[in-house]
Design a protein around this ligand. Structure first.
Ligand code: MN
Length: 203
């Protein structure tokens, strides 16, 4: 099957000033487009050509690197765009907020742990909030374009929130100040979308 570049549910400039328009445009139309095209190209003629992406991830340890890297690059960015929105931020509500409080003590503590996961990921990678096999929330990070659906990942589960901490995600506006980008990110988080994904994952 052919994968298609995600259509953003907002404009490139809509996440300003937290994520700038130029970064969004390059990130989506160049970086994500390249992962999508390269994923399709790597799949073509391979034994994984007709596999579901979830099954591709489960075999990550056995994948040729072009498929491992580009399947993750395709999927991770697709999720990232969808968990962002203009004028987002604030707090989740209902079952998700209750689960966060139960797992991490408080919403502020959760933010601190997730932010640290992104800030301390050495080099390029992603921070994650997942629902693990015990149906509990868990925070962690992965290198490169790996994700928690891959058998190679230290953190495993259904991802419901992610943050791209590759330099291409923030360097134009924030340069070396990754923690400033992470602080700004909280203003554009789409908690409605994450709650929806949380409820699907626990049921
Ligand atoms: Mn990226």
């Amino acid at each position: 099957m052919l994968y298609e570049l995600t259509k953003l549910p907002y404009q490139y400039s809509d996440l300003e000033p937290h994520i700038d328009s130029q970064t969004m445009e390059i990130h989506h139309s160049k970086h994500h487009a390249a992962y999508t095209n390269n994923f399709n190209a790597a799949l073509k003629g391979s034994e994984f050509e007709n596999s579901k992406i979830e099954d591709i991830f489960k075999s990550a340890s056995k994948l040729p690197l072009p498929i491992r890297n580009n399947s993750g690059g395709y999927f991770n960015h697709d999720l990232f765009w969808k968990v962002l929105k203009p004028n987002g931020g604030g707090l989740p509500t209902g079952d998700l907020l209750n689960a966060i409080n139960k797992q991490f003590g408080s919403f502020d503590k959760f933010k601190e742990i997730f932010s640290a996961a992104g800030a301390t990921r050495f080099g390029s990678g992603w921070a994650w909030l997942v629902v693990n096999s015990k149906k509990e929330l868990e925070v962690g990070s992965t290198p490169n374009q790996d994700n928690p659906l891959m058998d190679v990942s230290d953190i495993k589960g259904t991802p419901i929130l992610t943050l791209d901490v590759w330099e291409h995600a923030y360097y134009l506006k924030y340069q070396n100040k990754r923690p400033d980008y992470i602080s700004a990110f909280w203003n554009v988080v789409n908690w409605d979308e994450i709650s929806k994904r949380f409820l699907l994952a626990i049921h």
